[in-house]
Write a protein that binds this ligand. Sequence first.
Ligand SMILES: Nc1ncnc2c1ncn2[C@@H]1O[C@H](COP(=O)(O)OP(=O)(O)OP(=O)(O)O)[C@@H](O)[C@H]1O
Length: 524
Amino acid sequence: MTVGTDTRGAGKPDLAIELAGVSKSFGPVEANRDIHLAVRRGTIHGIVGENGAGKSTLMSILYGFYQADAGEIRVDGRPTPIPDSRAAIAAGIGMVHQHFMLVEPFSVLENVVLGAEDGRLLRPSLARARDALRRLERDYELEVDPDAIVGDLSVGAQQRVEILKALYREARILILDEPTGVLTPAEADHLFRVLAALRDEGKTIILITHKLREIMAITDAVSVMRRGEIVRTLPTAETSPAELAELMVGRRVLLRVDKAPARPGEVVIEARRLSLTDAGGARRLRDVSFEVRAGEILGIAGVAGNGQSELLEILAGIRPATSGAALLRGRPLDLSRATNGADRRARGIAHVPEDRHRRGLVMPFAAWENACLGYQDEARFAARFGLLDRDAIRAAARADIARFDIRPPSCDLKAANFSGGNQQKIVIAREMDREPDVLLVGQPTRGVDIGAIEFIHRQIVTLRDRGKAIILVSVELDEIQALSDRILVMFDGAVSGTRRAEETDERELGLLMAGIDPKAKGAA
Ligand SMILES: Nc1ncnc2c1ncn2[C@@H]1O[C@H](COP(=O)(O)OP(=O)(O)OP(=O)(O)O)[C@@H](O)[C@H]1O
């Protein structure tokens, strides 16, 4: 096994990629330090590491987005400088980005051809591409309609277009950065079948993910990054989730949530027959009713797109409902119009939105500005003459950074320059800081590393134990089961069932998520 061996010296031809002594700093932050990595051809190589460990930076160097300050890249045993993505493509490297880089108004075919063949959308190249696409689709089960407009496709289908685009450019090495974060479980399974087929064809795949389950299921080898360095590379068959978690974080990690039974108090928030019909006439929510008590976590389970997001947005005040009511301590919330949520915040409802880029943060703003977003009118942030007390805001931001171990610990860094998981921590810290009566939280640990997941889960349980009501939306069934006291399952905009967490299991929840009554005959 060549995995994990020293890569110094001459290149080895059975290695698709070798990195030797690669380093990269951003100002004082050493994002990658003296990286040595060997990836064997025809394997799936996982990369794990806590948020900010340097995974995306390393892949960006490999794809020519960033230039390393030092070190050498070898592709197929040959030293290969990669000054830009054109050079990466020429070297046979393709990348499937976390945030897709497709042109939404263009068709699938146009997107696939764009940038290749001098970027000209000429008729002969389109016809050739159509044939090539058909072959690729057939060989790898990568089904998409070549004439569909990319903007109309589901996230899973857009990801398939990104993969097709790389394969059309004859990529032999594919890099995927957290590809399943935005996928439904069925789409993720499909992606893994595609990746396995590509590997069996002799292609090499580098997979960045926070989900150790995925690492164990699909990779051949795995490298662990911590604080800019690769701390270990192991054959997957010889490791375990617990060992990987410990290597990543540098300490033992509790992979389960430790919590006492809930002691629910009075009803805090209540939804009564909430319904939503969208502008196109589609019914997105149908008569959704529930109550959440003080000291209770209600988990909302469901395959993405079954109304959970709309429900959370209505309660958070950023989208109006068509009919129905919601009450906070018996008094109605205004559901007639969309606001920026200010009225909800004033009444003690905090919201961690599912989409941190669009709703949670202002990317070009510094961390300290983001740390008070939506709460800038609080008395503690007011200076004289209606101005903001920057020192008070900075002090609050610094406290959040310390408490949530946000890295790097700099309140002046722009939100955009934090790693994904650290961006998420900025939002969670801001919303939890208020000690809200109700916390609405969507996908709290998307893109977050295992140490931070443990921490965020503990914070949510602590908030519950202080008598707060929590509504948790997550597409991760494990997360719903680990945190919730009661679980409400949604299917096609309606509640398909409500269960106490200790009285149900994955099988029953899975059936409810598919809209099947577990008690019906034949619902095995
Ligand atoms: N353009 C940039 N300017 C300044 N700092 C940056 C920039 N890009 C990344 N960094 C810093 O480099 C470090 C590594 O970030 P990177 O995005 O590579 O981490 P990651 O392992 O991919 O994290 P995550 O799992 O959270 O996505 C972080 O401390 C990050 O804040």
